[in-house]
Ligand binder design. Sequence first.
Ligand SMILES: C[S@@+](CC[C@H](N)C(=O)[O-])C[C@H]1O[C@@H](n2cnc3c(N)ncnc32)[C@H](O)[C@@H]1O
Ligand SMILES: O=S(=O)(c1ccc2c(c1)CN[C@@H](CF)C2)N1CCSCC1
Length: 278
Amino acid sequence: RPAPSRSPSSGAAGAGIAAVGESYQKFNPRAYLQNNYMPPRADFSSEDCVVPWKLRCLADAFATGDIYGRTLIDVGSGPTIYQLLSACDHFEEIIATDYLEVNREVLRRWVQDEPDSFDWSPYIKYVCRIEGKGEQWKEKEQKLRGKLRQILPIDVHQPEPLGSQLCQPADALVSTFCLEAVSPDRPSFERALHNVTTLLQPGGHFLLIGALQETFYLAGEAKLSVVPVSEADVREALSKSGYHIHDFRTYLMPPSLKIGVDDVSGVFFVHAQKKAVV
Ligand SMILES: C[S@@+](CC[C@H](N)C(=O)[O-])C[C@H]1O[C@@H](n2cnc3c(N)ncnc32)[C@H](O)[C@@H]1O
Ligand SMILES: O=S(=O)(c1ccc2c(c1)CN[C@@H](CF)C2)N1CCSCC1
């Protein structure tokens, strides 16, 4: 008998992952954007709100000047681009990725400035303001559109998440609300992190944002399961995948933002660096 396959497609782990993939077939990008990226969660009125906090985390990380290079890959982009706004001055090419064609199409339509695309201007204006470079928001919007040259399919549960499409490891990764939202349990979360780490060159930086202690979220008809993770769980997973953690911040979701679209308790931001091979 051949040795049991260790690929994620076999056994209980494979069944859990297959169920996640099935649940995403009902994911509605427009509903997801409405739930998370429009008021009340899209509130820019105070630095204490979740959007300013998250955009500040990303802007501060890039402002160090330590994170730059030729390519940055965004893992599990979904229908959103806010997570790339502070990156676009530091990379020649940004590669967006998602599991679903519906989300890749939403991103393509935004890049092409199609009339029915989501209005990210409040986010772009805010990032221009906190970066303090005097950049006009339309300038940053066009700059990001110009850098977003590839929008690729991805599956973080595969040992090679991008299949054979990646010619060389990226200089940096970004991933927001993806790994915990697509993993049925902690071991698959850790394996997914290990898999995406193969996309990053040694010494490369990873900006990882996610949900703390969340068990579900809604996106139209879809109700998606989320593996609840704590700060310690995230730190352990990063350590197992060979990262050094430069910065770890958490944000506690205020009751006013607990609006029934999920049961998230908080948000984490990590600036991690893949250890160079010695
Ligand atoms: C909660 S959304 C995050 C979207 C976006 N990054 C954000 O910050 O809002 C999770 C995303 O993971 C994608 N996804 C689902 N299964 C995946 C898989 N196996 N590998 C990679 N991405 C997957 C979904 O299509 C969805 O766009
Ligand atoms: O923290 S958010 O409200 C947010 C944004 C996205 C998500 C969640 C929370 C929680 N559920 C996740 C499901 F995976 C998706 N936020 C939305 C505005 S921009 C900063 C992030």
